[in-house]
Design a protein around this ligand. Structure first.
Ligand SMILES: NC(=O)C1=CN([C@@H]2O[C@H](COP(=O)(O)OP(=O)(O)OC[C@H]3O[C@@H](n4cnc5c(N)ncnc54)[C@H](OP(=O)(O)O)[C@@H]3O)[C@@H](O)[C@H]2O)C=CC1
Ligand SMILES: CCCCCCCCCCCCCCCC(=O)[C@@H](N)CO
Length: 341
């Protein structure tokens, strides 16, 4: 009898107590961010994920501005959004690396209710082979560019006349949750966004500004097609653990994440697991998600270690094959013709 009571206690009462406790303590409080009739400003909005986001936000009744460097790509994007939704978006051309240009661009449009820092560059390569210029470009565009945007947008956002909640979102990547072969600079830039986002959320919560961090897997976009032209094989193998998505699907997850005020926004099932496995000390607004994080922490650490085991397995296999090929080549004296990428 005592045994039955004890198992009843552990199985039913403890989880309920845990849920109640988490509901009481989770911060920040849950929030929803309306986007209808509000000004959504999307950087990198002329291509890929940013373009899909702009189209969906416009279709949901938001007033949308897209920012990128190339004016003709911006015009093309505007025309394609008009064609599919009948709505006109505003375009502004600026390089996010240039703070003055970003400030001028932001001041040329209405106050911003939702800022999506989505611009990004990515060139997958082993650090040893990658030019430092390329490393710097990824850090500058992806990370410093996002600082420039936030700095330029915050004053207007804080002094907005309607006191409704507003949002600042960053497009990270699953490579911003776990380091991946070939992505030293890219992962560093995306991990950097997490530090920015976590600290910024504490600084702006009093102004009802809510931060979201979006973590897509490989996504079919013009940028991704370009990346694939010279991506190390191992990068594709390891990143392949998470499958691939369409830009429209990622944009839908991103927009829903922003509207529901989620701090961490995963985009697929692997991303959901990754979010739990890398929860760390991130803010969590949902007590149900907090509950899932607490009860599955141990098992997901094991899953994470299993992934690392398979990834290091692929790396070992790759080096073994490379050695095998080299020896074969030396024997045949045809070294030129069989160098692996
Ligand atoms: N595609 C993928 O597999 C994944 C992408 N992501 C992230 O999603 C975001 C969008 O990626 P995706 O849609 O594939 O990219 P694309 O290459 O298709 O589009 C990139 C956009 O960013 C703009 N941009 C690039 N550099 C700058 C700059 N210096 N200043 C202003 N705008 C700039 C580009 O316009 P222009 O060149 O005219 O300036 C373009 O509009 C990126 O942050 C990326 O890291 C995350 C995970 C996976
Ligand atoms: C514990 C559970 C773990 C769950 C699975 C983990 C899978 C991780 C895969 C990481 C994929 C990284 C893709 C980067 C895409 C990207 O950003 C580039 N295409 C550049 O744009």
């Amino acid at each position: 009898m005592a045994d039955i009571n004890l198992s009843f206690l552990t199985l039913c009462i403890l989880p309920i107590l845990l849920l109640l406790f988490l509901k009481l303590i989770i911060r920040p409080h849950p929030v929803t961010i309306p986007i209808k009739s509000r000004h959504v400003f999307i950087t990198g909005g002329s291509s890929g994920i940013g373009l899909a986001l702009a189209r969906q936000a416009a279709a949901e009744g938001a007033r949308v501005t897209i920012l990128a460097r190339n004016p003709s790509k911006l015009e093309e994007a505007k025309a394609s959004i008009r064609l599919s939704t009948g709505i006109d978006v505003t375009t502004v051309s600026a390089d996010v690396c240039d703070f003055d240009a970003v400030k001028t661009a932001v001041e040329s449009v209405d106050p911003i209710d939702v800022l999506v820092c989505n611009q990004g560059v990515f060139v997958a390569y082993e650090l040893e082979k990658q030019e430092i210029k390329e490393v710097r470009e990824m850090i500058d565009v992806n990370l410093v560019g996002s600082f420039n945007l936030v700095k330029a947008v915050l004053p207007g956002m804080k002094s907005r006349s309607d006191r409704k909640p507003v949002s600042i979102a960053f497009m990270s990547s699953q490579a911003g949750q776990v380091g991946i072969y070939g992505y030293t600079a890219y992962s560093a830039s995306k991990f950097g966004l997490r530090g920015l986002a976590e600290a910024l959320q504490q600084e702006v919560i009093a102004d009802d500004i809510h931060v979201s961090l979006i973590f897509p897997p490989d996504t079919d976009t013009p940028g991704f097609a370009e990346e694939n032209k010279k991506k190390p094989r191992l990068t594709s193998i390891i990143a392949g653990s998470s499958g691939a998505m369409q830009a429209d699907e990622v944009a839908k997850k991103a927009l829903n994440g922003i509207k529901s005020g989620s701090f961490i926004v995963p985009c697929n099932f692997e991303g959901f697991l990754l979010a739990i496995a890398t929860a760390g000390l991130s803010p969590q607004r949902s007590y149900l998600m907090a509950f899932v994080e607490v009860v599955s922490a141990g098992i997901l650490r094991i899953a994470g270690l299993c992934f690392q085991w398979t990834w290091y397995g692929s790396i070992e296999k790759w080096h073994a094959q490379k050695k095998y090929m080299e020896v074969g080549c030396i024997l045949q004296n045809t070294q030129e013709s069989c160098i692996m990428d």
